[in-house]
Ligand binder design. Structure first.
Ligand code: SF4
Length: 88
């Protein structure tokens, strides 16, 4: 059963990409093509839970991430990303 999104969060291209911790980028290797990962590295969301800009790849690995629908993240609005993932 698909979970309902509490928030619909806009994804945007950022001129100053946020750093993605190795723990997150390492897990994604093999899950998506290098080209797709390179593109997603330039994307951010304004997270309504931690109330700051978060790298899209961190959002993607976050426990509250449900799905990406084109330019939007469906977010369950529960636990946000761990503080050690929020770099830069
Ligand atoms: S999935 Fe996580 S990082 Fe993304 S918007 Fe929701 S709480 Fe924030």
């Amino acid at each position: 059963m698909s979970q309902d999104a509490k928030y619909k969060v806009n994804i945007y291209q950022t001129p100053k990409p946020k750093k993605v911790p190795k723990a997150v980028s390492g897990e994604l290797k093999g899950a998506a093509s290098a080209k797709a990962i390179a593109r997603m590295k330039k994307e951010s969301v304004d997270c309504p839970v931690v109330k700051r800009e978060v790298a899209f790849l961190v959002c993607f690995a976050c426990p509250s991430f449900l799905r990406r629908v084109t330019g939007t993240v469906d977010c369950a609005g529960g636990q946000g990303p761990p503080p050690e993932w929020l770099l830069g």
